[in-house]
Design a binder for this molecule. Sequence first.
Ligand SMILES: Nc1nc2c(c(=O)[nH]1)N[C@H]1C(S)=C(S)[C@@H](COP(=O)(O)O)O[C@H]1N2
Ligand SMILES: [Mo]
Length: 429
Amino acid sequence: MPASAVPPPHPRTLLDETAYDRHRLRQWLAGDARADGVSRRRLLTLLAATAAATALPAPRPARAAGTPIVKPLPPEWFVPRGTNAETRWEALRATGYHTPNELFFVRNHTATPVLEARDWRLRLWGSGLRGAPGADRPVEFGYDDLRALPAVTRTAFVECAGNGRSYYTTQQGETVTGTPWTLGAVGVARWRGVLLADVLRRAGLSAHAVDVQPRGLDAEYVSGGESLGRVRRPLPRAKALHDVLLAYEMNGEPLPYDHGFPVRVLVPSWVGIASIKWVGDIEVSAQPLFSPWNTTFYRLFGPAHPEQGSAPLTRQTVKSAFELASGAAFPAGREQVLRGRSWSGAAGIARVDVSTDGGTTWRRARLHDGPRPGAWSRWSVTWTPGTPGATQLLARATDTSGRSQPDVAEPNTQGYLFDAVVRHPVTVV
Ligand SMILES: Nc1nc2c(c(=O)[nH]1)N[C@H]1C(S)=C(S)[C@@H](COP(=O)(O)O)O[C@H]1N2
Ligand SMILES: [Mo]
């Protein structure tokens, strides 16, 4: 018998029907189960439905060497994009408020490292710690040390600063560099961990500390033939002490390998790059810090921006997406419920307006969630398509701070922070 990709479950697991079901579905996903007469779509729907409800340990990786992502990437759920994977919005239709871990997008500069919790240490060092004048007297925390600290839970999105980048080109004719995401480089999860503030205080944060720089344990990132070192980006002290988590759980499960196991940083409302995965050390500095990820990258460059670039990016902009495939077909004359989600890095969502005729007329969508800062609100509208042919669906959200989505996004060379209303093509048949 070939070695199974899915490890055997703990015997206790098999007494829990939901966990049992999920284990079987995972085995199927790994090609280890037979499901004669059951469609792939049906099984994927079941898998999505069980994903959020159960808490199994992270599966052992089943990837071939050199594959940048550990988890399965069924084409029904993901668009592969190099070392990254984009979630398909039509796959989120079957999910609840939180994005199941199995469906969450992955953004890797290199490849997911598979680490062991028992070998992992978090090292805090630098001139911003009392009694630790250099790297010579670092303060260390093990996985169990972190788990023994007071736990906090927070629902928040992680969204890549480049989410929606491809629309600079397809809607606005601009040439931009970077991964051509549509709108699927975002997900909302329930994160559990400890406050970075707690860990910093326990490590002896000094009054002089100004910047806090977490760094990942994944491989060094090489760009243009030059190594930029390991992925790292400074956070200002105020944000680090405000609401940043060192997260060890995602939707009630240990962090999956691809999302930062054993521990990642979670910086609510900010560009995804701030949420360093596989964090191994944190420099606490009494001097301001810079890294390629807040100088060369993650600033706005281009004619509309200062010569040396904008300030480093922090909060995400306002966006909206339909839970539909691009080019989805609808029968004429039959009432539909169109669903979607909107979010903003500045505040919760206050209203969403939808057009089903390419932007000529607009009506207000029904919001299913109240304003949730740092997360999304689901919404719906009913629509009875008229004459057959091509049309475009548009959604424009406004947050409680009054920020909204323009018709055209101000371009920048690296295609960050797209915020314009996206024209979603559909056909009436
Ligand atoms: N160590 C490390 N952290 C990282 C990255 C990375 O490549 N390495 N990618 C960043 C970027 S650009 C984004 S958008 C988010 C993506 O998080 P996810 O893969 O869990 O969705 O992780 C961030 N943290
Ligand atoms: Mo990102």
